[in-house]
Design a protein around this ligand. Sequence first.
Ligand SMILES: Nc1ncnc2c1ncn2[C@@H]1O[C@H](COP(=O)(O)OP(=O)(O)O)[C@@H](O)[C@H]1O
Ligand SMILES: [Mg+2]
Length: 249
Amino acid sequence: MAEEVLRLEGIRKSYNVGTPVESEVLHGIDLVLQVGEFCALMGPSGCGKTTLLNVMGLLDRPSAGKLFIKGAETSGLGDRGLTALRGHSIGFVFQYHHLLPAFTAVENVMMPMLVDRGRPDAAMRRRANELLESMALTPWRDNLAINMSGGQQQRVAVARALAMDPSLLLADEPTGNLDTKAAQGVFDMMREVNRRHGTTVLVVTHNHALAAQCGRIVELVDGRIVSDRHLPAAAQAAVEHTEETSQRR
Ligand SMILES: Nc1ncnc2c1ncn2[C@@H]1O[C@H](COP(=O)(O)OP(=O)(O)O)[C@@H](O)[C@H]1O
Ligand SMILES: [Mg+2]
């Protein structure tokens, strides 16, 4: 039986609770992500995608419902427990990369390890360099983030999100500000991580061409899941064939 990374049961989220403008944004979300899935989350602007990612990523608590990370229910955890679990289980990539502009690529990737372990060491730098290499960024590793292109910065952000070797990578419109080629580049890197390391990926995107390369597409409308489709193996195989062909070139 496949192993679960994430399970949501009846997740609800309201903002401004107890005020006259209280509003419920997520109306009971049930969703399970298995180890190794590569899943797209789609839906119109304002439907609750970011809210859902923040809840999944333990950045925000649900108003109701249960959230399990690798089978363990999380509602009993305090803020410190949630922070520790998040740090070691979940990586985030945001639409705006949130890199530290005055630091180099390698320093940005080292940052989560530094926060976790307190002081820099050779192993951290080695791990950061490996991650940058896997993102095809070795020539740029000592460049300041501010001097890199949008696509390169997002690849640094993916490398940083992987620094702690998370089971789950959550990406919120990571290619939203990129041109088609740069977007495909970032997407390919996430697919490669998923394939090589079995990292479970959930990526929010409005791009149907990218979503079609995922194994599953979940659609959210007005705070409810309205469809959840596993893509046929044929579509996946077609994508993989194209990749292999382009690698041989
Ligand atoms: N911190 C907040 N306080 C109040 N309302 C919020 C907050 N964050 C988001 N919302 C509202 O929740 C709804 C869903 O937002 P969001 O999750 O950002 O949607 P999406 O990412 O799909 O565009 C929107 O109506 C938004 O205005
Ligand atoms: Mg959003």
